[in-house]
Design a protein around this ligand. Structure first.
Ligand code: FAE
Length: 545
């Protein structure tokens, strides 16, 4: 699709919203609404009928649908707005040359791939700043999340996959799957701007040689591969390859943000939400706690921080309707703290349970010298090895890029395994910290499943694993982090079947914490579709005068 065509397909609301975001960024506003489009920062708001916490997928859907329903809505996001150029003339820094924009208040980057040839050449010292990617550490598991207006959409790989209908039904037995697959998944895909790579271009371009090699190796082991759609604009990518557009996916940009090509939420749902004129967004404001006033409204205690991380103001907001979209760990931490510290004591005992990693494991294989993967690799994955139907060992493995600019003969994968292990969050009264009870043994289950699949691929191709990518200890399987945190406030358990939190009226969860620990594919399309379903129901049933 050409830029002009895309422009024509943007709605008036999206264009207005994008103008507001652009002006707010240029002028350094941390409050954004339609007024920003006229270069005026919106008035500070102390209360709104509806508040949305976070600005990732679940939150963005809630904000748009509330705004369209004419309900004045405030969105509180702890990260910054990513819309202004740094000194290098770019909004985001690249994965290969990270600076302070890369990570959330760190002195050194913490990339998933820690080493190359066992050398500490990947991570770099940086100065603390509200960067786009965070790695939240728990005892045996760390969770990568996006920070900023757009949440995970800023940093993710754009893979926009709809789960297998039968597995969705298994995970969500009380949800009408026909309605999900007939209405909400198509709505989510269309709103997110999902598109697919042109197969002919894929087969011929040097940028996906790494994928074709992995496909060949999988096929030799009798395994099938499947194309996966994306929210990265493949028309743009083809122009990058042709040299007529500024490179982003073809310039190593992804986990610290893409400067072009990616349809992140600030360009889709959130732009449209702001364009309704009913939605205001506050950035660099972190919700610390939630309680309820005597009249049944919700009270949020919020820290406003500056770009050094210093708390410059502590504020309280009130609202009648509260939508939690802080992501699986963000929302779950808020609700576990609220229940255990007594501010929302009637929350269900299942809040904080049912959390999983979507079975994530990352690994690399060493190819033969003649099986080159290419020095040029697109950062946007477009294919997975699909062995989910193998009931003895279900795995869906995304063929991941490793764009170093040099031939390295590494095939990299992010395996999604059907690991049944789940963990719970607990609250430490002394420190107020929320902890995750995930153990190393639980990760070992994912590793066992990934290993079975990739042992098979290695056997068929007489290849071996790479031992040099995940630290100094010859680690083959990176099982101590996840890109896909899911659960903690599971649909139908901590909430009713539409995300209404049990025990409290007009309190909703709309994000990845609703998904019970596994969905078998990359999760953001599912999160978006479930949020669409929640909002369709809630706006009809709960907001009637
Ligand atoms: P999320 O997008 O995480 O948004 C939560 C937002 O809330 C963030 O902006 C937070 O800063 C904010 N927040 C949290 N707590 C607070 C608070 N207390 N106060 C104020 N704000 C708060 O939530 N998924 C795919 O489907 N395809 C992919 O290709 C893919 N690749 C990924 C690659 C990476 C590197 C990462 C990190 C993730 C990837 N994911 C991918 C996962 C996907 O981005 C994730 O499932 C969704 O972003 C989760 O959406 P939520 O709405 O749950």
């Amino acid at each position: 699709m050409t830029a002009k065509l895309m422009q024509r397909q943007l709605t008036r609301r999206q264009i207005l919203g994008m103008a507001a975001l652009q002006t707010a960024a240029t002028l350094g506003f941390t409050r954004i609404g339609l007024q920003s489009a006229q270069a005026a920062e919106p008035e500070a708001v102390e209360s709104a009928p509806a508040i949305v916490v976070g600005s990732g997928y679940g939150a963005a859907v809630a904000a748009l649908r509330l705004g369209q329903a004419g309900i004045r809505t405030l969105v509180l996001e702890m990260g910054r707005l990513w819309n202004t150029n740094g000194p290098d003339g770019k909004v985001f820094c690249s994965t290969g040359a990270p600076d302070q924009r890369s990570m959330w208040f760190r002195t050194r980057t913490e990339a998933p791939l820690a080493t190359f040839l066992w050398l500490d050449v990947v991570n770099k010292d940086i100065s603390p700043y509200p960067g786009a990617l965070d790695r939240v550490h728990y005892d045996h598991m760390s969770v990568y999340v996006g920070r900023g207006v757009g949440g995970g959409s800023l940093v993710n790989g754009g893979m926009a996959v709809t789960p297998l209908q039968s597995y969705f039904a298994e995970q969500f037995p009380t949800v009408d799957t026909a309605e999900m697959y007939g209405t909400y998944f198509p709505r989510a895909r269309s709103m997110l701007g999902v598109n697919t790579v042109d197969p002919a271009w894929f087969e011929s371009t040097e940028w996906y040689r790494f994928t074709r090699i992995s496909r060949q190796h999988a096929s030799k082991a009798g395994l099938k591969t499947t194309f996966v759609p994306s929210v990265y604009d493949f028309g743009y990518m083809q122009r990058e390859a042709a040299g007529t557009a500024t490179k982003s996916a073809l310039a190593g940009e992804v986990i610290y943000g893409n400067n072009h090509g990616k349809r992140s939420l600030d360009k889709t749902y959130l732009a449209s939400a702001l364009g309704t004129g009913n939605v205001t967004l506050h950035t660099l404001e972190r919700v610390k706690s939630i309680s309820r006033a005597a009249d049944g409204t919700y009270v949020l205690a919020v820290d406003r921080i500056d770009e050094t991380g210093t708390v410059v103001e502590t504020k309280e907001y009130g609202c009648r309707y509260l939508f939690l979209g802080g992501g699986s760990v963000g929302t779950t931490e808020l609700l576990v703290r609220a229940r255990e510290s007594g501010t929302l004591p009637a929350l269900d005992s299942s809040v904080g349970t049912g959390w999983g990693t979507n079975g994530n494991v990352m690994l690399g294989r060493a190819n033969h010298l003649w099986d080159t993967v290419g020095a040029n690799q697109s950062t946007m994955p477009v294919m997975g090895i699909d062995d989910w139907a193998n009931t003895a060992n279900p795995v869906f493995a995304e063929i991941a890029p490793l764009p170093t600019g040099l031939e390295h003969w590494v095939s990299l994968y992010l395996a999604i395994t059907k690991n049944p292990e789940r963990a719970s969050f607990s609250y430490d009264n002394a420190t107020g910290a929320v902890k995750l009870g995930w153990s190393a043994a639980q990760s070992a289950v994912s590793v066992g499943m990934a290993k079975k699949l990739f042992d098979r691929i290695n056997r068929a191709n007489t290849t071996i694993y790479r031992y040099d990518l995940f630290g100094s200890g010859n680690k083959v399987f990176a099982d101590d982090f996840t890109y896909h945190p899911l659960g903690g406030c599971v649909l139908g358990k901590a909430t009713d079947d539409y995300g209404r939190v049990k025990g409290y009226a007009r309190l909703y969860v709309t994000d990845g914490s609703l998904v019970p620990g596994s969905i078998g594919v990359n999760p953001f399309v599912t999160i978006t579709a479930l949020a669409e379903r929640t909002m369709a129901r809630v706006l009809v049933e709960d907001t009637a005068p």
